[in-house]
Ligand binder design. Structure first.
Ligand code: MG
Length: 266
């Protein structure tokens, strides 16, 4: 099931996306069946349907925290001249960095070099800590696309990445949560980024150094994850600059495409 969060006539709801989003020109044909309640517990579909074209898609979750992993693809570490860390290298992106599909990425005033980073995002479905490897599948609600937008120059001059990777609008998520992928499927998906239609990044989640299981075991050793929390799993090679006016699209096989435009601060 594909679960979207959206607003219509000032109301916010979750809905199940019906139709085939991968069919060419199909987005007009997609329909949302409104979910009664929230998708973090047992829920029912209401049977009330609205066309996707009539709603505004929102970030598919509002996470309490986004935990992100640096240098989880060897080719990406190498392209920036970095070593691969011996253990997962986690950092936070604040909840205020999250935006939805179609929302603008606002170029920060303090940077002159903002990069895209296409990443598989794991959406946590239930409160969990100290998750054993064999239970990892039970704490995952589903998967979505993320862009770990980064002020690369700031990242290089500031030891903590709070500003470089935490500025407002630096965490586009969406377009929806795909709940139908098991761990094996999620662990071998094509991840691409295009800028103005030109291919910039192309990798597979099978190239991750630390697997989804490794990462959830490692993070929950240290902290509780809450329903709706999001894990960004690292970016493949090919990161590069974004400029105001650019349109950046992250596509993950079996999930969908997350598109955002870059604008300058007005
Ligand atoms: Mg990243």
């Amino acid at each position: 099931m594909r679960i979207a969060r959206f607003s219509i006539d000032g109301n916010v709801a979750f809905g199940a996306v019906e139709g085939d989003p991968s069919a060419p020109g199909s987005s007009e044909g997609l329909v949302l069946d409104i979910i009664k309640g929230v998708p973090f517990a047992d829920f029912e579909l209401s049977g009330t349907k609205v066309p996707l074209s009539k709603v505004r898609l929102l970030p598919p979750v509002l996470p309490n925290k986004v935990v992100a992993i640096g240098r989880n693809y060897a080719a990406h570490a190498a392209e920036l001249g970095n070593e691969v860390p011996a253990a997962p290298w986690a950092f936070f992106k604040p909840s205020t960095s999250v935006i939805g599909p179609g929302d603008p990425i606002v170029y920060p005033t303090f940077s002159r070099e903002v990069h895209h980073e296409a990443e598989l995002a794991v959406v946590i479905g239930r409160l969990c800590r100290e998750v054993p490897r064999e239970r990892v599948k039970d704490v995952i609600l589903g998967y979505t696309c993320a862009n770990d937008v980064t002020a690369r120059d700031t990242q290089q001059t500031e030891k903590q990445w709070a500003r470089a990777k935490g500025f407002d609008s630096s965490c586009p998520l969406g377009p929806w949560i795909e709940t139908g992928l098991d761990l094996a499927a999620a662990s071998d998906l094509a991840v691409t980024a295009t800028v103005n239609g030109e291919l910039r990044q192309a990798g597979r989640t099978s190239q991750m150094i630390n697997s989804i299981e490794d990462l959830i075991v490692n993070i929950t050793e240290a902290m509780t994850l809450l329903p709706g929390d999001v894990l960004l799993t690292g970016t493949p090679a090919g990161v590069g600059p974004l400029h105001p006016g650019d349109e950046v699209a992250v596509t993950i096989e079996g999930i969908g495409t997350l598109t955002n435009k870059v604008i300058s601060r007005g």
